[in-house]
Design a protein around this ligand. Structure first.
Ligand code: SF4
Length: 391
């Protein structure tokens, strides 16, 4: 069996793509060469065109980590004791340039990508970020650009970001309580800096700002209602995230997970809630609105109510590795073939092959894995670190 001649020779392709993907991909080609071919032709209509993975999920969302560095040391992501002053982050030459990111995005649009989320590390640490956002804004087929930040640099950057065409902002804020905030972010900057940044962002025109809060039982769960109240007062949508076993550095413990249901019950005691319909298929957060009209909150329940069935997200690390799941233990290097002179078609073929062969559903499997191997066993599996892909 050989690949369509216009793309790769077999050995080269095999050097870039995991074997398990190749065999499935070749089987796809054998089955319906014409159908698969058609999937990459640009000019998709409003329905998502492009390849579907082995669970019939389209590729729609690309999350781009633009830096592995951060000015926080959150205990569940980048604990100080590991990521101290001597920690070696990616050297500049191994980081994808803006031109490389834009090219890979252009290649992924015909495969279905229309929504971009910029992450890190802390993305606002990446120099000249508005220039990248402008480039993404000008990329045909990119319909929405969002960014997740810890908010500490927003006071200086919000105006530039807004002018460069950024559509939406999500700010990570685990507590309003200064001590709890410090405890969770590794004793770095004050919560006041984040609140100042949010205010500035609202002032320059960002509305419907989302606030992401990782809930760790026994750490910040006693401050949830204050954060909900803050969201009500300022018109922000707070999304409470169940504590997850992302990466291998956070000594995750199921006992520290407060389930989405418990979170809703807690907030509901002060501000009664009712469920809302999702905005779109595959939306990560479950939506609730306050019965008194005080706005809405979201709950992201990857542990207690997994949502892998509609997961249309792919992630790209700062160094150009494509990850098909937040909990992936390995990815596919795109920087290598890109810098070796691969054409757009050739790179597109690699990405299509990866997506067609994708069958990730880690959150659905987690329960069985914990039963089989225990939490330690989970950590030993090896997973990409949160700061490398930014959630
Ligand atoms: S666990 Fe993986 S497959 Fe499931 S929703 Fe998260 S990223 Fe998607």
């Amino acid at each position: 069996m050989t690949l369509p001649p216009k793309v790769w020779n077999q050995s080269e392709f095999a050097s870039f793509v995991p074997p398990r993907c190749i065999s499935y991909y070749l089987a796809c080609l054998e089955l319906n060469q014409e159908e698969v071919r058609r999937a990459v032709i640009p000019g998709r209509d409003s329905n998502i065109q492009g390849p579907r993975d082995r669970r019939d999920r389209p590729l729609r969302d690309l999350r781009i980590s633009v830096t592995d560095r951060c000015n926080f040391r959150c205990t569940y992501c980048m604990p100080e004791e590991i990521f101290g002053e001597r920690y070696q982050f990616l050297p500049r030459e191994e980081i994808l340039s803006f031109e490389e990111i834009l090219r890979l995005t252009r290649i992924m649009v015909p495969l279905g990508v229309s929504k971009i989320r910029i992450t890190g590390g802390e993305p606002l640490l990446r120099h000249d970020l508005p220039r990248l956002i402008q480039g993404l804004r000008d990329t045909p087929g990119v319909e929405d650009i969002a960014l997740t930040t810890n908010g500490t640099l927003l006071k200086y950057m919000a105006g530039h970001l807004h002018r460069s065409g950024l559509s939406r902002l999500t700010i990570s804020l685990d507590s309003l309580d200064p001590e709890v905030f410090h405890l969770m972010n590794g004793g770095k900057l004050d919560v006041a800096k984040v609140l100042e940044g949010i205010e500035t962002a609202q002032g320059v025109g960002f509305n419907a700002i989302k606030i992401n809060c990782v809930v760790q039982k026994g750490v910040n769960d006693h401050t949830l209602v204050d954060l909900a109240r803050y969201g009500r007062i300022h018109g922000h949508v707070v999304r409470f995230i169940e504590y997850m076993d992302v990466g291998t550095r956070n000594t995750w413990d199921l006992q520290q997970v407060l389930s989405g249901e418990e979170i809703v019950a807690r907030i509901g005691e002060s501000f009664p809630l009712e469920p809302l319909a999702p905005n779109y298929r595959g939306e990560v957060a479950r939506r609730y609105q306050y019965r008194d009209g005080g706005g809405e909150v979201g709950v992201i329940s990857s542990v207690s109510q997994p949502f892998c069935g509609d997961c249309s997200r792919v992630r790209m690390t700062t160094g150009g590795e494509l990850m098909t799941c937040l909990f992936a233990s390995s990815g596919t290097d795109l920087r290598g073939p890109l810098r070796k002179g691969a054409s757009d078609d050739e790179l597109g073929e690699i990405i299509r092959c990866i997506w067609l062969a994708r069958e990730d559903r880690y959150s659905e499997e987690r329960g069985d894995l914990v039963q089989a191997d225990g939490e330690d066993g989970l950590a030993r599996r090896g997973r990409v670190e949160m700061y490398q892909i930014g959630g």
